[in-house]
Design a protein around this ligand. Structure first.
Ligand SMILES: *[C@@H]1O[C@H](CO)[C@@H](O)[C@H](O)[C@H]1NC(C)=O
Length: 150
């Protein structure tokens, strides 16, 4: 076999395809987030970096001091330099996988959501913001994290 650069790339791609990396990402609270009733304690993205057109699963663990009621919503925004490239709104009680059902009493819960990475995103590092509001419109949480797109 002639060992060309293309072969090397193909081998690296094949090796990467076999790996499903679950990566803990470093996140920060939005300006309002530190005093919110839902405190996120970990965020994982899998696979990471994200691949345009493929699915990515966001998993988080959080502790809430508020009861989360039916009608709570979560907005995921992907932006760069202040420009929003993609945004989606989810119903917390019906669109997210949580180890509880609404109304969710105060406590610690794990939540996850699998979404399709927008295929329009060129490779790069973006800012992902996840903000959630309770049914009455009060903020539950707001975090930002870097989103690496391969
Ligand atoms: C839900 O998951 C969290 C985080 O893993 C855990 O601390 C909690 O005990 C779980 N609660 C229930 C009701 O399973």
């Amino acid at each position: 076999m002639k060992f060309t650069l293309a072969t090397v790339f193909a081998l690296v791609a094949a090796a990467n395809a076999g790996l499903v990396s679950r990566t803990a990402v470093t996140y920060s609270f939005c300006s309002t987030g530190a005093t919110d009733p839902l405190k996120i304690s970990s965020v994982d993205l899998s696979p990471y970096p994200a691949v345009p057109g493929n699915s990515i699963t966001l998993s988080a663990v959080g502790t809430s001091t508020a009861t989360v009621n039916s009608g709570a919503s979560a907005v995921v925004t992907v932006s760069t330099g202040g420009f929003t490239l993609w945004s989606a709104t989810y119903n917390v009680c019906t669109d997210l996988t949580i180890n509880a059902t609404c109304p969710i009493a105060p406590g610690t819960y794990s939540l996850s959501k699998t979404i399709t990475v927008p295929s329009i995103l060129p490779a790069g590092t973006y800012t992902m913001q996840v903000s959630a509001k309770n049914a009455d419109g009060s903020e539950l949480t707001c975090i930002t994290a870097p989103l690496n797109v391969a």
